[in-house]
Design a protein. Structure first.
Lengths: 200, 200
């Protein structure tokens, strides 16, 4: 069995949301599993000197036009959050806390967090908001809050972001197939072809 | 007749090269003309505070891997130039000088300059190199050199870059369809769908 595809993403990234809605189906078509790895792009940007799209002249304005258009192109609902980007530390911590217990449930939570933020206009920055999204999936909110505040969870989150940076991850989504990197939701066609052909 | 599609590009941009090889055929399929508009991305970056890909940590390394892979994905030859990026002022001036005389010939020169730089490993930074590429298409090298040194040509070049910036152009390729902007060779599928459907 081939190693899983590595899928790195930031919960505040519209293109990460698009990829999150697509990546499992693309991988499954080619008999591959996906390892979901939320990261904190703000931490990554501090290292690389990059900045979030909205703050960049011209490019930022274009991005706000491209987000909904690209989502619609992929047949996905999208609503531009009024607070954007946001801190996603609580979301990432909740993910890794849950993943240690139930990887499938963690993935469902990740998708639910994305949809809360980019479809239902829920600001998922606070631990309470994250726990609220988890509660809708049947998790116990106080357990989630305790879990994401746990030192082990915080250390795990930090470690995963460091591991991602060590692999060269600098954006969201960032997909590794057997070490081959693909950056951006606009590389999903290439991801699919790479899986089908093993490269070109 | 609909207005032409506006195609902005920098001669030092690998993604611009990919789009240049594709855009006319895509437009023709939908009965549209293309207005080719070379720009000077270095001048644009001074305004926007952006920088060329190779200088950016992690992203620059990724780009060097993505250029040839994306070219091959599109069925195009590609050779990473050893000097990259380069000044393309001479190339842009030669384009506008020739366009004022023969727009079709100017487009052929643009493609020839791209292929010289990204396929045949010819550094097209100098006026002599640009005139050399033009000479292979049957132009008289001393005429090209005189033309690109002409004050009218220099003013025209400056004006076109300013006009592009006024329209929000911040990267290469940058395509405007009836005012709708598409940035990047990875938006060519969306460009095609937009032309076919008028939007979504």
């Amino acid at each position: 069995m081939a190693a899983p595809i590595e899928f790195y993403f930031d919960f505040s990234s519209p293109y990460g949301y698009i990829a999150a809605e697509k990546i499992d189906a693309i991988a499954a078509k080619h008999g591959r599993e996906v390892l979901w790895r939320p990261i904190l792009l703000g931490v990554v940007f501090k290292t690389t000197g990059m900045q979030a799209l909205p703050g960049i002249p011209l490019k930022g304005q274009y991005a706000l036009q491209d987000f909904p258009r690209s989502a619609r192109y992929h047949g996905l609902p999208f609503h531009q959050p009024s607070v954007f980007p946001i801190s996603t530390t609580a979301a990432v911590r909740a993910y890794y806390w849950l993943e240690a217990r139930d990887p499938k449930a963690a993935r469902a939570l990740a998708l639910a967090l994305y949809r809360a933020y980019f479809v239902d206009a829920i600001d998922i920055a606070s631990p309470d908001a994250v726990a609220g999204v988890a509660a809708k999936l049947g998790h116990v909110a106080p357990d989630v809050l305790a879990g994401l505040n746990d030192t082990a969870t915080k250390d795990r989150t930090k470690l995963e972001v460091e591991k991602a940076m060590a692999k060269g991850v600098f954006g969201s989504p960032y997909i590794l197939i057997d070490g081959e990197p693909f950056w951006g939701a606009d590389r999903l066609e290439q991801v699919e072809k790479w899986l089908a052909t093993g490269g070109w």
